[in-house]
Design a protein around this ligand. Structure first.
Ligand code: NAD
Length: 256
């Protein structure tokens, strides 16, 4: 099996930390020319210099701001072979407490941003009859997670968006697949542990242990364990895998 990305151009969203950053590093290690997308220019400037290889760049834009994203994409060539769709997860909390703005904000960041990116990039992929789109979502697509009300709602919508897109783009040599991370050691997980510990009046180590106990593998994932699954689906050899949800969760999701 070869997973060389030599000659391939990749846009990795949510690339300044966590699973997105790990994915960008692996793609660069394997020869891809990577564009990092996140909000903070200073951080991206530093990170782009840490990637192995040459020809990397960055795009500092807030995925929540559809207008700014559209403008940013108009100012560059967008001839990417690989698009990794990823952003920070929606705010936690129960549905009864969720504000309208939380639904609208996550709809913009997770659906409108993806649609804007795909409208700019898919025409180039179609012209080459080749493309890989990988979407980092959550296992809540398969089994909802308590106290992540808005997130569960948006994740389901996003997964259906991806599946529909995979059917539209398949005739053009383009695949669209979803990776569903379980508990993964990133700043996002740290924040969720802190919030849950404060809500339940427990220590952070108690909450961590309680969550690890829910995973058959009895541990959290390293970010690169999820990123390697993303990179595989972004590789040439994964060309006949299309429209799937792939949990990378240590076996936690209780369904196939
Ligand atoms: P993270 O919060 O550590 O990193 C998210 C990245 O997205 C960062 O680079 C951040 O700067 C960027 N980002 C956030 N909002 C943005 C915006 N509006 N515009 C541009 N960039 C933005 O997240 P992670 O843990 O790496 O997770 C990646 C995805 O996987 C998220 O959707 C997360 O909810 C999901 N997920 C994570 C876990 C986990 O345990 N870490 C579990 C299930 C699902």
């Amino acid at each position: 099996m070869t997973t060389s990305f030599s000659g391939k151009k990749a846009l990795v969203c949510g690339a300044s930390q966590g699973i997105g950053w790990s994915t960008a590093q692996i793609l660069a290690d394997q020869g891809a020319q990577v564009t990092l997308l996140a909000r903070t220019e200073e951080r991206l400037k530093t990170l782009v210099n840490e990637l192995n290889g040459s020809g990397h760049s960055y795009l500092a834009v807030d995925l929540h701001d559809t207008e700014a994203l559209t403008k940013a994409l108009q100012n560059q060539s967008n001839d990417f072979d690989i698009l990794i769709l990823n952003a920070g997860g929606p705010k936690g909390g129960s549905l009864l407490e969720a504000k309208d703005e939380e639904y609208l904000e996550s709809f913009r960041t997770h659906i409108l941003a993806n649609a804007t990116l795909v409208k700019s990039i898919a025409p180039h992929m179609k012209s080459k009859n080749y493309g890989r789109i990988v979407h980092i979502i959550s296992t809540s697509v398969k089994a909802v997670i308590p106290n992540l009300g808005v997130s569960n709602t948006i994740r389901g919508a996003v997964a259906n968006w991806s599946k529909t897109l995979s059917m539209e783009l398949a005739p053009f040599g383009i695949t669209v697949n979803n990776v569903l991370p379980g508990y993964t050691k990133t700043p996002r997980l740290e924040k969720l542990i802190t919030a849950t510990a404060s809500r339940l009046g427990q220590s952070e180590s108690e909450v961590s242990q309680m969550w690890k106990d829910k995973v058959p593998s009895l541990r959290f994932a390293e970010p690169e364990e999820v990123a390697h699954a993303v990179v595989f689906l972004a590789s040439e050899v994964a060309g006949y895998i299309n429209g799937v949800n792939l949990p990378v969760d240590g076996g936690r999701t209780p369904s196939l």
